[in-house]
Write a protein that binds this ligand. Structure first.
Ligand code: NDP
Length: 635
């Protein structure tokens, strides 16, 4: 589960290919006569089928269909893994306070420590480091970006993952190893949720309040609380009346199911289990539920695309051949391949890089000519149709019951939803104890005390698992659980009322000494970890400069912020048509792309991540801190 935002689109890739045509010519072998291939499908029929399936699923409420987890639902968010330790409130001061102890927080802290900034505290809602990998312990959880590039700081820690795609416990353990290595445990505050961040102009410090009664000061803050950290529940009528066991996949109750992340959920052998949702999480855990439950009902609203995984144990001989710098080089190679930038070698060479190669197979004449954007988009659509036909054919080749196979077929373009990779999921539907309940795009209509209702059928359940994902399109304070007050008491909600505004996605005016980690208004990377590497290095550089110049505060200039927002906006229209035509989901703001406060100006740098990384590197190289001002004189 790379749990990074996996929002690459064929359009992004093809746009990139278009601008990098010359590089591809130089570095990729030509294939002859690709343009002579005739499609084995009818594009018009597919287009109208996609539209029909999308329209079935569009809901006026958009994001409002989901239930926020608080109040009567607060128990869905409690930590089932680690008991909360009592501690006294803290009223001390640190140099840097990082909100979130997942990969973003760990990488930021690591780079700061390497830069000589030792006084770093991580405040984390969970009972340990790991973020996503602390919470998501459901059976079968696994990263789906290759572990050798997804697990951060492998060379620094001296660790080689055991498999091409690591299981969740290994990734959690690695997160803890990073924290040990960089001495982050000493100052960490676990089971601590920030309730407010407030800039104090007189002190030139942030005042950090938490639900543990803390009121800490910090000179700098980094918001590393992740894009998919707030679980959400489906707004199904009667949800509060169901008397059976219920939990969200990110708070798996092994006390109830038995077993562990490797499965053997022995306490379910006589239980009727329902699971709602068929996204990336569900695809991974359903094979384990199916193997253990007496009866499993899979309530499907929209099927996922499920491609071949082909996981393997790490070749220990290969590991001995790796020379210093290998991880960054491999990361870069992957990023270039998945960005459509031709490379002599595809080092990762997996399902995802294969898709990208398939989706960027240009007919020969297009390598020579400068094709019109319209032609590129048509081609992109045809390549996508071909790819999705393969996804649908795979279902027919595995699932024996034709009606079930038909219901499992996704009818949308590949990147409308996150593509999944799994070699056990589809097979599950050949088991006698598993039933796919196809809700025809509508979802479960109602829950009663004992059952889920779909159409005129009632399914009696002992246990209901919500694999319904995380809040993405909602306002930042709703997801993070706290408000940020900048200079003159301006809140982040007010500042971003008409959309996010930043320089490089990292800093926003009126919020001095505050940094955001994540992909928004940065360049898109299929491997989220890669983006975090670049951002962490950039933040460490800026803090180093503030220190070197004996200043106390750093803040973006209005002009620089405005210019960056203009740059982001100049690319915004390109992906819009793609997402408008997509079936609803969190990639397109539940069928309303571009709508809502957080959706506006929230995209990526459309020139691609490689170009974005270069912008950051050039900015640092120039050395004049262009677009930001340092204030505060001597500490
Ligand atoms: P998703 O948001 O992808 O999926 C939620 C699922 O719940 C969808 O199938 C959705 O249907 C369904 N749903 C929501 N409401 C209802 C309802 N009322 N009735 C029926 N079904 C409903 O969440 P996931 O947790 O699966 O994945 C979230 C993200 O986490 C992924 O996109 C990925 O980025 C990351 N992830 C990564 C993994 C990896 O790297 N290996 C593994 C797991 C997750 P519909 O599609 O119709 O909205």
């Amino acid at each position: 589960m790379s749990f990074m935002l996996f929002m690459v689109t064929a359009i992004h890739v093809l746009r990139q290919i278009r601008s990098l045509r010359v590089i591809r010519l130089a570095s990729l072998p030509m294939k002859n006569n690709q343009e002579a291939k005739q499609p084995r499908f009818n594009p018009d029929e597919l287009r109208s089928k996609y539209r029909e399936e999308r329209d079935k699923r569009l809901r006026q409420e958009g994001n409002e269909q989901y239930i926020k987890i608080d109040g009567r639902y607060a128990r869905f968010q409690e930590d089932p893994y680690t008991p909360v330790q009592a501690r006294e409130p803290l009223h001390d001061e640190v140099e840097v306070l990082i909100v979130g102890g997942g990969f973003s927080g760990l990488l930021a802290a690591a780079r700061l420590k390497e830069a000589g900034i030792e006084d770093v505290r991580i405040v984390e809602r969970g009972g340990d480091f790991g973020g996503t990998w602390y919470w998501n312990r459901y059976p079968g959880a696994q990263c789906d970006i290759e572990s050798y590039i997804y697990l951060p700081l492998l060379e620094e820690i001296g660790y080689i993952p055991k498999q091409k795609y690591s299981n969740a416990p290994e990734i959690f353990a690695h997160s803890c190893a990073i924290a040990e290595h960089y001495r982050l445990y000493d100052k960490a505050c676990f089971h601590t949720s920030v309730t407010e961040l407030r800039w104090n102009e007189a002190l030139l410090r942030w005042i950090v309040s938490t639900d543990r009664g803390d009121s800490m000061k910090a000179r700098f803050i980094c918001l590393a609380d992740g894009p998919l950290s707030q679980p959400k529940l489906p707004g199904i009528a009667g949800i509060e009346t169901f008397q059976g066991k219920m939990f969200h996949t990110s708070r798996w109750d092994y006390g109830y199911t038995g077993g562990d992340a490797c499965g053997k959920l022995d306490k379910l052998h006589d239980k009727r289990v329902g699971i709602i949702g068929t996204g990336a999480t569900s695809i991974q855990c359903i094979p384990y539920l199916a193997a253990s439950a007496g009866q499993l009902y899979v309530f499907q609203r929209t099927p996922s695309s499920v491609l071949v995984r082909d996981n393997k144990a790490t070749d220990s001989e290969w590991a001995t051949t790796l020379s210093p710098g290998w991880q960054q080089a491999r990361m870069q190679n992957f990023n270039r391949v998945t960005s459509g930038i031709g490379q002599d070698e595809d080092q990762v060479n997996d399902g995802l890089t294969n898709i990208m190669r398939n989706l960027s197979k240009l007919p020969e004449h297009l390598y020579r000519e400068q094709p019109a954007a319209e032609d590129m988009e048509k081609l992109s659509e045809m390549l996508d149709f071909e790819q999705m036909e393969q996804v649908r054919a795979r279902i027919d080749s595995i699932v024996t019951d034709p009606e079930t196979a038909a219901a499992l077929k996704p009818w949308y373009r590949l990147f409308c939803k996150r593509p999944c990779f799994n070699d056990e999921y589809l097979q599950v539907f050949n088991r006698p104890n598993v039933k796919l309940v196809d809700t025809q795009g509508k979802g479960v209509a109602q829950l009663t005390e004992t059952a889920a209702i779909v159409g005129d059928q009632s399914y009696d359940l002992d246990c209901l698992v919500f694999a319904t994902g995380f809040e993405v399109g909602t306002a930042y304070p709703r997801r993070s659980g706290f408000e940020v007050y900048g200079r003159d008491g301006l809140t982040l909600t007010e500042k971003w009322a008409d959309g996010m505004r930043t320089l490089h996605g990292l800093q926003t005016r009126h919020f001095p000494n505050c940094f955001f980690l994540g992909m928004t208004q940065g360049g898109y990377t299929a491997n989220y970890t890669h983006m975090l590497y670049e951002q962490s290095a950039h933040i460490a550089y800026i803090l180093g400069e503030v220190k070197k110049q004996n200043m106390q505060a750093v803040e973006v200039n209005q002009e620089a912020e405005d210019q960056w927002v203009d740059v982001i906006n100049s690319f915004a229209a390109a992906g819009m048509k793609y997402y408008q035509e997509c079936t609803p989901g969190y990639y397109n703001n539940e069928g309303k792309p571009g709508e809502g406060k957080t959706a506006k100006i929230a995209g990526f740098y459309g020139g691609g991540s490689e170009a974005f990384f270069q912008i950051l590197a050039d900015w640092r190289k120039k050395g004049d801190m262009e677009g930001v001002c340092l204030t505060g004189g001597q500490s």
